[in-house]
Design a binder for this molecule. Sequence first.
Ligand code: ACO
Length: 325
Amino acid sequence: NVYSRITGTGSYLPEKVLSNQDLEKMVETSDQWIQERTGIRKRHIAEAEQTTCDLAEQAARRALEAAGKTPEDLDLIIVATTTPDKIFPSTACLLQQRLGNHGCPAFDIQAVCTGFVYAMDVANKFIRTGAARTALVVGAETLSRIVDWTDRGTCILFGDGSGAVVLEASEEPGILSTHLHADGAYEELLHVPGGVSRGFEVAVETGADPRFMQMKGNEVFKMAVNTLGRIVDETLAANQMKKSDIDWLVPHQANIRIIKATARKLSMDMDNVVVTVHEHGNTSAASVPLALDTAVRDGRIKRGETLLLEAFGGGFTWGSILLKY
Ligand code: ACO
């Protein structure tokens, strides 16, 4: 039986920091409101010349080093992003060029905040079928480029960053089960109205800029809490596991209240939940691997432990991965 196992993790945050105090000067908000409603204290913002591929490269090199692999060892590269450098080539191909790998398949996955979970599932399937042995899976975003910095309902939430894992074929258990879902009916609750095919001149009823993210935060919040509760049940049932069998919850880092609701659903102490949202806000596809890498590097997550990764995002999309680290 071939499993896919995480053999290295890496992450990266741009140097420039935007604090809640900085945001107080940009929109009508307060540090206290942001912390109470979201748990976020600061976010990192890419420099103007820094692209998603730049962030992806940093995380990828760190993950490769941790796994003891070189770029030539890779036979699959997947990048999850909603903010690609170019319309094409894919950010995965740009990353492949940077790393100096020639020939392995490389492609992007777009599932917004669930992107990394989707990408891990796809890589897992490549490995389990024997189509790949060593895969690089990256979540990287320059979300600051699609944020309306005059909209206090969204601009306080998001930031830039990247995270990566190296997945390798292994006899020892790694990924135990994966669960992906989507429901496109919720398009209008969370979206960027403009695009390549629709154009950026589309009439937007709200009068908001079609280049930027629009969100009905309160409705998204309720959907996220309910949906993540259901996927926890689904994942446990599929593996005939009890809540207490999970050592670590590694959730999408969108909002501390959403994370706490999922932890309650698992009857899990917050000491067993990896929380990094206060450090970098919602970095979309980068958030799960950023949290994972943080807890691996500071020694909290140890080999052999059981991890539940989950995410919810635009689409709507949502998913989970149960794995032995
Ligand atoms: N500062 C101060 N006040 C604010 C701010 C702000 N930044 N933003 C909104 N408010 C006000 C609102 O105008 C409203 O005022 P009113 O009552 O006078 O109308 C009040 O605060 C409450 O607004 P709500 O939207 O009801 O506040 P809520 O408790 O829902 O918190 C939040 C808002 C933080 C956005 C929350 O809804 C949330 O986190 N939603 C989920 C967002 C999310 O995670 N999205 C990402 C999904 S993943 C992806 O794919 C991108």
